[in-house]
Ligand binder design. Structure first.
Ligand code: CA
Length: 412
């Protein structure tokens, strides 16, 4: 189909879900002067305090400021736009302690005639519904995806993996990053979906496909997908953007009109698979941990780099312990007095967690620190633990050898 015959419309919806107090997701739809959509984007922010909201909003603002240039210069500038967003979020995080370690996912689509050029950082996703088949176009930049790529776990195991939100890259957490790029040519009837992990983290692909097919009207389809995420618990903010490409004759979005066509994405630059450069690990894992903590475990805990006195989960003599003190820095280990020593062995945990624990993970209370250790124990996949710890012997009351914290402990 000739591009001039394609009519492209975009609808978006974001919802804070049923559990979170704030919505750290955001989306962008930018239009050309002829009112056809030019740039679409979804960002899913993360970080303590207001960091997540600031990071996603800031990244989208920068992308918005690039729309004109993208139209003039073409899709080659897309990575540049994302790198600019990274620089801006990174700088903001450095200048404001309250925003330290904030970051965001960013999935951007630049619409150029009948082509959509995608740029991807993090684990928000782009899907294409074509001929009744839903295809994931983007590759998640997550620890779990790396495990899939290396053959350690299957795609099926990845779906419910407890560390599925653990990002290997995000916008604003490191001074540099590599942007995945994918381009597709749209056909009449195509439906492109951009979504945050509040959708795909809780709703399977079949449900997404069904909701898209059952609701040709894009507003209804957005609502159906957000409802599906909320019906699955609504644990996370959820954002859905739907782009419909229709021909002159209309046609059902994502329907059967082009059933014989395969949705084969054209890789502009191959997504970087496997281990990423080591220099990224430190800060990214910090963000990853924040995501795991905030997104899966309790929703309340966050990482404090500048905390004065706090409960810090770290390691001593090969075991995971809770300190009352100050978290570490790149140069020095966390300092303080051990208030509880667990029987969890550092070596039984994945390497990424080991590194994070050596630097120290700060909790807002002793309870949160205990919960974190329990979560580590319970949620680390079996195959990543050479020998899962046996159930605690009868004389040990619980997984943690409770030593009461000193009285008069100040609340962090
Ligand atoms: Ca999310």
């Amino acid at each position: 189909m000739n591009s001039s015959q394609l009519k492209i419309t975009v609808t978006g919806l974001t919802d804070k879900g049923l559990v979170r107090e704030d919505n750290e997701d955001g989306f962008l739809v930018d239009y050309k002067t002829d009112e056809s959509p030019r740039v679409i984007a979804v960002a899913d922010g993360m970080g303590g305090h207001e960091g997540g909201e600031v990071a996603s909003a800031l990244a989208l603002e920068v992308i918005s400021s690039w729309c004109e240039r993208l139209e003039q210069r073409g899709s080659d500038s897309l990575s540049e736009a994302v790198l600019d967003a990274n620089r801006v979020v990174w700088s903001k995080a450095k200048e404001d302690d309250a925003l330290d370690r904030m970051g965001t996912t960013l999935t951007v689509g630049f619409i150029d005639d009948s082509h959509v050029h995608l740029a991807q950082v993090g684990d928000s996703r782009a899907y294409l519904l074509r001929g009744g088949t839903l295809q994931q176009l983007t590759v998640d930049q997550t620890l779990v995806q790396q495990l899939v790529d290396s053959g350690e776990i299957t795609q099926q195991e990845a779906i419910r993996h407890p560390q599925r939100s653990f990002l290997t890259q995000s916008v604003g957490t490191e001074p540099d990053l590599s942007v995945d790029r994918i381009s597709i040519e749209l056909l009449a009837g195509d439906r492109l979906v951009l979504s945050s992990d509040g959708l795909h983290g809780y709703v399977d692909n079949d449900t997404i496909r069904q909701a898209l097919q059952d609701n040709p009207d894009s507003k209804r389809a957005c609502k159906a997908l957000v409802d599906a995420a909320n019906n699955a618990g609504g644990h996370d903010n959820v954002t859905v953007l739907i782009l419909d490409a229709s021909g002159d004759g209309g046609g059902e979005p994502g329907g059967g009109a082009v059933a014989s066509q395969d949705a084969t994405p054209i890789l502009v630059s191959k997504p970087e698979l496997g281990a990423r450069p080591k220099k990224r690990s430190r800060a990214l894992i910090g963000v990853g941990a924040a995501v795991v903590l905030a997104g899966i475990l309790w929703g309340g805990m966050f990482l404090l780099k500048q905390a004065t006195t706090a409960h810090v989960v770290t390691t001593q003599k090969g075991r995971v312990v809770i300190l009352l003190g100050s978290p570490g820095t790149d140069e020095r280990a966390p300092q303080g007095e051990v208030v509880e020593r667990s029987n969890l062995e550092l070596a039984s945990l994945p390497e990424t967690f080991q590194r994070e624990l050596r630097a120290g993970i700060t909790a807002r209370s002793l309870e949160e620190a205990r919960s974190f250790i329990d979560s580590l124990r319970n949620e680390v996949p079996q195959r990543l633990e050479p020998s899962p710890p046996p159930p605690p012997p009868a004389e040990v009351p619980g997984p943690i050898d409770a030593t009461p914290p000193p009285s008069g402990t100040p609340a962090p």
